[in-house]
Design a protein around this ligand. Sequence first.
Ligand SMILES: *[C@@H]1O[C@H](CO)[C@@H](O)[C@H](O)[C@H]1NC(C)=O
Ligand SMILES: *[C@@H]1O[C@H](CO)[C@@H](O)[C@H](O)[C@H]1NC(C)=O
Ligand SMILES: *[C@@H]1O[C@H](CO)[C@@H](O)[C@H](O)[C@H]1NC(C)=O
Length: 222
Amino acid sequence: MLTMLRFLLLLLLAFTSGAAAQFTDSCTSEVYTSIKQCYVQYMAGYNISMIDTIPEYWDFHYTRRVLLDDDGLHIQPYVCQLGNTLSNCLAPYSCMGPNAYLQMNAANATEATDYWIDLAVTQYQCGAGYNLTMTEFYCIAFCRERYQPDVDQCDAQAVIDIQNGMDPCAAQQKDFNCQSAIYSNCCDWNAGVYICNVDVAGSKAVNPACVNAGLLTCPAPR
Ligand SMILES: *[C@@H]1O[C@H](CO)[C@@H](O)[C@H](O)[C@H]1NC(C)=O
Ligand SMILES: *[C@@H]1O[C@H](CO)[C@@H](O)[C@H](O)[C@H]1NC(C)=O
Ligand SMILES: *[C@@H]1O[C@H](CO)[C@@H](O)[C@H](O)[C@H]1NC(C)=O
């Protein structure tokens, strides 16, 4: 999901800022040091040793994926405990945005954006969406395994739609509905609700305009 979604979101970022991935967030160097310490602690929870440089995003993602695949549902509360500890640690720093990852030597804007989206998605999965994360865990893993190419196709279509001049908010809503339908058919209604909310969280992190205007919505769980 994140694989293609990030291309869509980077495209949107390029559209809205007029240049490719220019981040405007900025904190003091003291705050950046504190933010880095939050990530040092977070990575330690995954047995990843970090000093000044945040790991490559997909290396970190893979470590977490393997842990979840190997240990299943009963490791999810631990993953969320780490995620919520990170969120709480970062909570005082409202100046924070994707630039923070460049301060931790992330290689480029894509890496920084991936971490920033990941944080927003974690905040949904381990916060408002926690019950769905737990109840839909295996079903979602099954659907991801089986239907990832179809989900990627929804994102790819949104990129085409935007390039063809469709309103970016409308194109995203269409994309999220498309993914939601795949998950609700594969699994159940709430799996569709879950995936839609994950998408909205990612979208809000990169470009809050559509979400704040109420143009991206998800149905309620049943
Ligand atoms: C971290 O390493 C310790 C010691 O080897 C191990 O018990 C623990 O399960 C590891 N934790 C993770 C999240 O991999
Ligand atoms: C960004 O950095 C990552 C990690 O080093 C690398 O794999 C990727 O190809 C880079 N992406 C771009 C667009 O330069
Ligand atoms: C999760 O489920 C518990 C127990 O059913 C409930 O008390 C709680 O309000 C739910 N949390 C959310 C965020 O929906």
